[in-house]
Design a protein around this ligand. Structure first.
Ligand SMILES: NC(=O)c1ccc[n+]([C@@H]2O[C@H](COP(=O)([O-])OP(=O)(O)OC[C@H]3O[C@@H](n4cnc5c(N)ncnc54)[C@H](O)[C@@H]3O)[C@@H](O)[C@H]2O)c1
Length: 297
């Protein structure tokens, strides 16, 4: 699979999954434009050039339509038409129970996680439709399907991105454009590796693969969705999560894990211990859960 002759624009590419997309797609032959609000974005452009491909970058807040228009114009001037767009920039702005969510944090999450992809798509889709070829990949999250404890803004915006994805397909599939979402699970980016260890280990207990994903493992799927080979995959959402979406069937509900088990659950779960993967035993469970609850309060 190659991306020769394609120009890809990736948002939130200064680090993490976005940066991995830039280097993986450059390795596959694409020229790459990158946006971020961080000054570090220039380093990602340098990493693309070091792979022998052309790069352009802009400091651009995707929630602001004017910055998006300026950034897209800069990338097109330097690299030519944009064939593929990866809406990767995303934030968690407020970890709190719904009732204590700050209004401004909720608005910012909508601005970056939902209005951002909307602004970006509007800026590039006209050209894609005229040329009769385009690829759009929206980076959502497994939280879009499952929800996420104390992260209502994040989960709601990531779910809304799936609606945006489907509508782009309905309106533009006949013009040679595909729009799909990817649903990363726990990926070993700076944010996730910086989590309190108790939370990370607890969360890994739900991942059948028993490890964090690598940013490149998300980037490979995104690169494929941006290729000619993925022309008939459209309007869908694909997990990249080491099997984590299957886990409730294996371990019981999230509620059963977060709350003290009733005697019925205890009878069902106790014989297999809490996590055959992390090695935590049933007797470790209250200690683990109280440290997790303390950390997320
Ligand atoms: N890491 C994970 O485990 C995980 C899991 C599920 C989904 N995701 C999603 O994948 C995407 C990338 O995640 P990551 O872990 O690499 O994140 P990250 O925080 O490491 O990188 C995100 C980048 O986006 C940039 N950014 C933030 N706000 C921006 C804005 N308004 N405009 C432009 N750029 C902005 C940041 O500066 C940063 O460089 C996000 O959308 C995230 O929600 C990540």
């Amino acid at each position: 699979m190659r991306l020769d002759g394609k120009t890809v624009l990736i948002t939130g590419a200064a680090r993490g999954i976005g940066r991995a997309c830039a280097t993986v797609m450059a390795d596959l032959g694409a020229d790459v434009g990158v946006f971020d609000i961080s000054e570090r974005i220039g380093d990602t452009a340098d990493a693309v050039r070091a792979r022998g491909r052309k790069a352009a970058f802009a400091i651009c807040d995707v929630s602001d339509p004017e910055q998006v228009q300026r950034g897209v114009a800069k990338v097109q001037e330097e690299l030519g038409p944009i064939h593929a767009l990866v809406n990767n920039a995303g934030i968690v702005n407020n970890i709190a129970p719904l009732a204590r969510m700050e209004q401004s944090a909720w608005q910012r999450e909508i601005g970056v996680n939902l209005t951002g992809p909307f602004n970006m798509i509007r800026a590039v889709i006209g050209g894609m439709a005229e040329r009769g070829w385009g690829r759009i990949v929206n980076v959502s999250s497994s939280a879009a399907r499952n929800g996420l404890h104390n992260q209502v803004g994040y989960a709601a915006t990531k779910a809304a991105v799936l609606g945006l994805t489907r509508n782009v397909t309905i309106e533009y599939a006949s013009r040679g454009i595909t729009c799909n979402a990817v649903l990363p699970g726990l990926i070993g980016t700076e944010n996730v590796r910086g989590m309190p260890e108790a939370i990370r280990e607890h969360a890994l207990g739900f991942v059948p693969a028993r490890r964090l994903g690598e940013p490149e493992e998300v980037a490979y799927l995104i690169a494929f969705l941006c290729s000619d080979m993925a022309a008939f995959i459209n309007g869908t959402d694909i997990p990249v999560d080491g099997g984590a979406l299957l886990n409730p069937i294996v371990l019981g509900s999230r509620k059963a894990v977060m709350e003290p088990p009733s005697s019925r659950w205890a009878a069902t779960l106790a014989p297999r211990s809490v996590s055959p993967w992390t090695g935590a035993t049933w007797t470790d469970r209250p200690k683990i859960l109280s440290s997790v609850r303390a950390a997320i309060r």
